[in-house]
Write a protein that binds this ligand. Sequence first.
Ligand code: BES
Ligand code: ZN
Length: 596
Amino acid sequence: MYVDSMVQKDVHTLSNADVIEMQHLDLDIDVDMEKKQINGFAVWKINNRNKIHELKLDTYDLTIDSVFVDNKSVTWKLDSQIKFLGSALHIPIKDSSRFVKIHYKTGPDARALQWLAPDQTHDKRSPFLYTQSESIYARSWIPCPDGPGVRFTYIARVEVPVGLMALMSAENAYEKNDSGIYTFKMDIPIPAYLMALAVGDLTFKSIDERTGVFAEPGMIDKARWEFENVGKMVNNAEQLYGPYRWGRYDVLVLPPGFPIGGMENPRLTFCTPTIIAGDRSLVSLIAHELAHSWSGNLVTNATWDDFWLNEGFTDYFERRITEQMLGSSYSDMLWELGYQDLVENVNELGPRSKDTWLKLDLKGRDPDDGLTDIPYEKGSHFLKLIEISAGRDKFDRFLKRYFDDHAFKTITTEAFLNYLDTGLIKDDTVLRKKLNIREWVYGPGIPANCPRVPQERFSKVDDERDRFLNDVPPLQLATVNWTSHEWLHFLRKMPPALSANQMKSLDIAFNFTNTGNSEIADLWFIMSVRANYTFAYPAMENFLSSVGRRKFLEPLYGEMVKNPKNAEMAKRLYERFRKNYHPLAQESLDKIVLKK
Ligand code: BES
Ligand code: ZN
């Protein structure tokens, strides 16, 4: 038996919704794009079966205007702000209380919201707003029980300026209307971190009967082409682990400032336009967000300390989908790049660091601190180890049962390990010994039994890189049909700093400076800074001015500040472009560039 030393308590919520049933949310909000404010009310339908005297909800930088319980005004209290967590809102309730209505407005520091001026969008014509609620930012735009362990259904009425369209993680309209009023329904219970809203000049194109894509008009055709296979992806995922249970699956392409790659908002994945490479080579990110429809949205990590149950499972599932669609020589490249990330990340965090355990300890910290490659890559490699050791068929049957047995529930690391023990390992003591579970979950670094995949395609890349380093002219290298992944591996494993001449010869042959592929561009710019290859700087500046994805910005600015000469440039550029980045990206980049 795996017993958690602490009782499973979510340390990142101030709400007491674990003892009061939060059945449903009825949200009614106005989105003021000029004031940059959301204003309206939330009605929580509760069942106070434990006869508690007050309901506590999470808020962050919200102004509370008034609170009514069953239509009667009540005296509420807002605590002072706790770092990271915000302020608990205390509302007196009775045993029989049913409806708690809160009138509120969002504040200027709402961490979930990014308000874009027209020139920060793709089409540069209309303003745009989007939310990013994971991990604990839903509370900055809705007073709510903001922990992954509490689920509720919702309906919403959202009023936006006429001419714009609103979308949520729910059943929604597919066309703009003349009233600017949009209504939404999510009748499957979801946790607060999956609440999502986007407002902008948006249009839709379908892919097949249940999938489609939303984007700004100037982006929609490119996006529709890139996502051609998303319908098939859903079918493939279903073949692996059972039915897709959310009805439709659509993708919304956001403006370039979106701080992450993708977010698995139910029924409507939010994604960065930086995966639209023009050759469908970065679409595995959609496989990842889609996979969350099982791991995460259906079976949810109980607390952010159990984050690997969301992300490790999803990375594993993503690669299985990709393998089904493009073959194992392709998915093995994703596994290998992931392994490289894991090695690098363990080195950065320190091989003995507790932050490299799968089970995290984020008490008193920002849950974003847990957002490293560990839950993703150590998590997915652990599952791959189980797959290899137990056999794929057996593991697949186990996983399918896992999703069925825990559907619409949350799960802790310990409950999963117990389920694994009784459902898969059973009395197979050899298997149990082979897995060495405790070292993976409650131990640092990369365990010795970490699996590696065959290097079929990458070993060819290694050969070509060697030839280049032995002065074979770049155009004579055998690079036909290389995907983004091969190029990434080619560049990643170059010696730490190439000479400006080597950079130039690669650039002349392959035009990396002007590549439309964001993954390659980011790595190339990092190498350019290292090699002082100034020819790439104007393109790099352009990249930094529009792209808001933290995964790209942090290492690139990070590389610049390593050297005092470039640190000046980093500061200058950052001061110009900071306003284009999401508040959460600003927070982490302030630390890197401004050393705040
Ligand atoms: N759920 C995550 C994004 C997230 C995690 C946001 C924690 C905030 C806090 C999403 O599914 C994700 O993992 N996105 C990755 C892409 C993926 C292919 C690894 C990203 O954005 O880079
Ligand atoms: Zn994910």
